[in-house]
Design a protein around this ligand. Structure first.
Ligand SMILES: NC(=O)c1ccc[n+]([C@@H]2O[C@H](COP(=O)([O-])OP(=O)(O)OC[C@H]3O[C@@H](n4cnc5c(N)ncnc54)[C@H](OP(=O)(O)O)[C@@H]3O)[C@@H](O)[C@H]2O)c1
Length: 274
């Protein structure tokens, strides 16, 4: 029987690449996002019998329950759920409003909690998998990225607790921590609106999204507890775990070049989120 995979944030970037890769491996894909034109385009590319696009906002209570119900109605089951939807609120702490922090948490933390809670009954039936997309910034909190890093530390904690809660039921939980991957994340403003422009991260550090998708899917299929994607990400997480002082020395020595001027414009894009 075909595996059925639901991915939030499947309309661009890593989520869309995972949808395409999983479909190429024979899975049925339930793609969740807010941009309906992108969802329809994904359905057209993959075919309606292999892809169902569901318009849903992870910030709205009950929205992911509806997506899960649509997935079960269309494909009869749900095997894998990937809580991937997210964006980045950048800026120095004193420049961010409480609403900036709330907006970041509403999507990146509560949106993930909503997705996980909606998925648990369905994946418990299939003894399937839940994947939570965090970030290397769930290990390393960088200047100008406090809100984003806080949200990613939070979902790493969620994944760790959930791993223990789900294992008696035979449900796997994978925490996914990408470093810099090709996507639209660095084209979004602090308020989530789109602001296309060149990626400020050097190209040699940015992994192709197809490569990231393959690594993530391999880890989820192998029911691994954690996967850190990109070499620089593995290095950063390892240094943060084993020699945290080195991280702070590196910030002092070099990060000032990457930092935005103090009291920057309210809607500035963070330069280094990932
Ligand atoms: N790319 C990187 O370098 C990198 C590094 C580390 C971690 N990550 C993480 O990877 C995940 C995917 O991001 P990406 O890099 O692929 O960025 P992206 O291209 O901007 O994709 C983000 C996706 O999230 C969806 N989304 C955002 N808010 C949503 C909401 N309220 N409800 C439903 N969907 C929502 C967007 O779809 P709609 O706008 O259509 O709703 C879009 O499909 C995020 O959790 C991000 O933090 C990315």
């Amino acid at each position: 029987m075909k595996r059925v995979v639901m991915i939030t944030g499947a309309t661009s970037g890593i989520g869309e690449a995972m949808a395409l890769e999983w479909a190429s491996r024979g899975a049925c894909v339930v793609a969740v996002g807010r941009r309906v034109d992108r969802l329809r385009s994904l359905e057209d590319r993959l075919g309606r019998n292999q892809c169902l696009g569901v318009e849903a906002d992870v910030c709205v209570d009950g929205s992911i329950e509806k997506a899960v119900a649509a997935a079960q109605e269309m494909f009869g089951q749900l095997d894998v759920v990937v809580a991937n939807a997210g964006f980045s609120v950048g800026g120095q702490v004193e420049d961010l409003s409480i609403d900036d922090f709330r907006r970041q948490f509403e999507t990146n933390v509560f949106g993930v909690v909503r997705t996980v809670q909606a998925a648990i009954p369905a994946v418990s039936i299939t003894k399937g998998s839940i994947a939570i997309v965090g970030s290397v910034m769930g290990y390393v909190s960088m200047p100008d990225n406090s809100a984003y890093a806080m949200s990613k530390y939070a979902v790493r904690a969620l994944a760790e607790a959930l791993y223990g809660e789900m294992s008696p039921r035979g449900v796997a939980v994978t925490h996914v921590a990408p470093g810099f991957v090709e996507s639209e994340i660095r084209e979004k403003r602090r308020d989530g609106s789109h602001s296309p422009g060149s990626d400020p991260v050097p190209t040699f550090l940015v992994m192709k999204r197809e490569v990231a998708a393959r690594q993530i899917i391999d880890a989820v299929e192998a029911r691994r507890r954690e996967v850190i994607v990109t070499l620089h990400g593995k290095l950063a997480a390892s240094v943060a775990r084993h020699a945290p002082e080195l991280v702070h020395l590196a910030f002092k020595a070099g990060a000032s070049k990457l930092r935005k001027p103090h009291k920057s414009h309210k809607l500035h894009k963070p330069r280094t989120e990932g």
